[in-house]
Design a protein around this ligand. Sequence first.
Ligand code: 5RP
Length: 296
Amino acid sequence: MPDAEGILEARSPAEMGAQTTPTGSLNIKGADNLDWGVKNRLSKLIQPDGRCMFLPIDHGYFQGPTRKLERPAETIAPLIHMADGLFVTQGVLRAAIPADLKTPVILRVSGGTSVVGNDLANETLVTSIEDVIRANAVAVGISVFIGTDYEKQTLQNLADMVDLCGNYNIPVMAVTAVGKEMEKRTARYLALCCRICAEIGARVVKTYYAADDFEKVTNGCPVPVVMAGGPKVDTERQVFDFVYDGIQKGAIGVNLGRNIWQSPNPVAVMSSLHAIIHDNATPAQAEEIFLDIKND
Ligand code: 5RP
């Protein structure tokens, strides 16, 4: 039975002093007008410094058992504490990732194609909103293939997911995919893609870095832009250089996979990138961190 006796009277303003209602300090582009639930979810992914480091392990959804993702839990174990989000499919999440994971999950919800099929762009939605909720995902990720035969279909996938997720205040991260046409990654093309995704309602856009004019990509996008890494490059310094440059030009972080976990020194690469993203380290400082950890 509820206790009705001994209830203490509320304090008066005179007893409490001046009011200092905490207003919060979200540092997320384009999020000011959003509802509490979606802001709260975004704040789990994007840190108070306005930056983020997502770790993607979703590659198997079209590549099969990619090198170093054969056993996903073993690969992420030494890295995951440094990640602000894990980008993963519901199948791998359920089958291979321990359920006491503390890192927020971004669930990949588009797919249905493979590297041996006719066209990587011919994606559909493969995960329902019910599964997103059942998996306790904080956000979803979905690819769009702009400039392909499947532009309209994949943008419709994005619009449908924005609509479904909107009912539950779950943010959508759009992934501006290029399939096998890696040479498409110019700032002009990426700026077009990012803006279209934001117009449809993506709260975050994942795109590629472009060496020239990358600031036009971030400047033209009213929501945060994060960078993917693409196929593994030759040296760690190349990764540090482009991530640093992309952040100076307005990206808020990365969703970067193969150049971390396919490296012979994944912990050293992840730690160095973490320092660039969250501690404003320069590429030279990041390289020092890398060598320290590698040679330890
Ligand atoms: C695959 C993806 C990946 O999450 C994205 O490409 C990031 O990984 P990487 O840095 O290895 O390119 O969306 O479609």
